[in-house]
Design a protein around this ligand. Structure first.
Ligand code: TYD
Length: 236
């Protein structure tokens, strides 16, 4: 069990539609909990009562009327509420926070694809998150067609939301934009191929997390997941 007095780790998950973020977050949380790490799983937009109200608004498509900058402001309002009421307190209690989407989603969806002003986006980041950038961002990478097919299957008869409804070209550009984020910030971001089945991707993520956060070496039963061996291979 790790010391309770230390600040927890903050891991965000990013990727296009149907990249499998929520499944992988759940699996990572289970593995961490199994090693005595207390985790909080949350998501954006949403994750706190105020932010969930904004979620409803943005997914209904109000951004089509407001434009990308207005939409980015709404996401920022939701993020501000979420950071202050959920993420920062949890990290302060030593919990690890696993967040489904965070600031990179705004940079990519509203910034790179929606052409909201990048200066505005950076300024909003300073206001909403300040120093609280993720310690690690896992970007799940799948071809647009694969992601869209998975999202359609998951949705069943329900109508696609504001972003799922965009065309295939949008989703291809989305993937490229995320790949560029990983290239631009290699210290924070790791691109993980998520085309393979769930268990293979989960193992890749566990290996990344194990090499990034060496305090996990002190926890029991790493060898159960083959992590010990992978860490040695990676020279960690
Ligand atoms: P959600 O149903 O949570 O989708 P997913 O399972 O793909 O995460 O819807 C969130 C949508 O909001 C998603 O299409 C991405 C978009 N989004 C932005 O455009 N900007 C943002 O800052 C965030 C957090 C999400």
């Amino acid at each position: 069990m790790m010391s309770m007095s230390e600040r927890g780790r903050f891991i965000s998950f990013e990727g296009g539609e149907g990249s499998g973020k929520s499944t992988q977050i759940r699996l990572l949380a289970e593995k961490l909990e199994g090693r005595g790490v207390r985790t909080v799983v949350t998501r954006e937009p949403g994750g706190s009562p105020g932010a969930e109200i904004v979620r409803h608004l943005v997914l209904s498509g109000v951004g089509k009327v407001l434009g990308a900058s207005g939409e980015a402001l709404l996401f920022a309002a939701a993020r501000d509420d979420h950071v202050h009421n959920v993420i920062a307190p949890a990290l302060g209690q030593g919990r690890w926070v696993l967040c489904d989407r965070f600031t990179d989603s705004t940079r990519v969806y509203q910034g790179k694809l929606g052409s909201a002003d990048l200066k505005l986006i950076r300024a909003m980041e300073r206001v909403t998150i300040g120093e609280l950038a993720p310690d690690l961002t896992i970007i799940l990478d799948v071809p647009a067609e694969v992601g869209l097919a998975r999202a359609a299957k998951r949705r069943g008869q329900e109508a696609p939301d504001r972003f799922e409804a965009e065309d295939a070209d949008f989703h291809r550009r989305l993937r490229e934009a995320y790949r560029q984020v990983a290239i631009d910030e290699p210290e924070r971001c790791v691109l993980v191929d998520a085309t393979a089945d769930v268990a293979v991707t989960a193992q890749r993520i566990w290996s990344v997390v194990g090499s990034r956060f060496t305090e996990l070496h002190e926890t029991q039963s790493l060898e159960e997941d083959g992590l010990e061996q992978k860490l040695e291979t990676n020279g960690a």
